[in-house]
Design a protein around this ligand. Structure first.
Ligand code: MN
Ligand code: MN
Ligand code: MN
Length: 277
């Protein structure tokens, strides 16, 4: 069984259409897949027919942005009812917030005398297309405009906190987002726990609050190599009684270090999240 429970399509900020993601899953022999676009389930819905035809088991998914103690946290929702009204209302509201933030980012960047991207608004519109706007689009545009060499530079120079393009956003509280997913019959997962760069203590606090809200799982595996981070997260999952999820966070083929389904095995001591499906 080869699974990937975290990836993106053109329905949010990925480069491949839902159909192309299914084709890639077939190519890499991923048999169980969740499409987890940012704050939308449109990618999952579009891919359903293609997945059926290709024999790929497609689990409903989303990656929802939320706020916890002033930090932006990403919660992956898996295996829920996509028609659930409360969840869809919440996600729609977050998508509005995302455009609100993007327009403010454009205003900020346009105001900078040496930021020489003309028609930033139009270019972002074209790049986003039918997707959900995010900072990843801005990073991609800066790369395409030759202003930076890679996404890391785009964040470091323009997009991260303290830089001209940074705009704080008021995401819905963690509690709400977890409860939407649970109300829709799904499993809530803390996405890429290492990326928040929390101390052990703080990550434990996040997990405690997350569990209290009804959260059940954490991403234990998000890379192809087994390493210290995976074993630390595995221990943490066991200690807190959380299920383990795994996902590549695939966005685009040129990110060669994040292939769809290129994941280390789930450590044996961790209960895999798919036991809940
Ligand atoms: Mn993204
Ligand atoms: Mn994320
Ligand atoms: Mn992601």
């Amino acid at each position: 069984m080869k699974v990937d429970f975290h990836c993106h399509t053109t329905a949010s900020d990925g480069a491949l259409s839902p159909q192309q993601i299914i084709d890639l899953a077939v190519q890499y022999q991923v048999d169980t897949l969740a499409i987890t676009d940012h704050d939308t389930t449109a990618g999952f819905s579009t891919a359903q027919t293609a997945a059926e035809q290709a024999g790929v088991k497609l689990i409903s998914g989303v990656e929802a942005s939320c706020d916890w103690q002033g930090h932006t946290i990403h919660i992956v929702g898996l295996n829920f009812d996509v028609a659930h009204a409360q969840l869809q209302h919440g996600l729609a509201r977050t998508r509005e917030l995302r455009w609100h933030r993007a327009l403010q980012m454009i205003t900020n960047l346009d105001a900078r005398y040496n930021f020489n991207v003309v028609n930033l608004r139009e270019k972002i519109d074209v790049l986003v297309g039918d997707g959900v706007v995010g900072r990843g689009h801005f990073a991609q545009l800066l790369i395409e405009e030759g202003l930076v060499n890679n996404a890391q530079q785009a964040f470091d120079r323009y997009l991260k906190k303290g830089r001209i393009g940074y705009v704080a956003s008021e995401w819905p509280p963690l509690n709400d987002v977890v409860q939407w997913i649970v109300a829709a019959g799904g499993v809530a997962v803390i996405a890429h726990p290492d990326t928040y760069k929390f101390t052990n203590n703080k990550l434990n606090k996040l997990i405690t609050d997350f569990k209290q809200a009804g959260g059940q799982a954490i991403e234990v595996v998000n890379q192809s190599q087994f390493n210290a981070n995976i074993s630390r997260m595995a221990e943490r999952a066991v200690r807190h009684g959380l299920y383990g999820s795994m996902g590549s966070d695939f966005h685009r083929p040129e990110h060669t270090w994040r292939g769809l389904g290129w994941l280390a095995a789930m450590p044996e001591q961790v209960k895999p999240v798919w036991e809940l499906f």
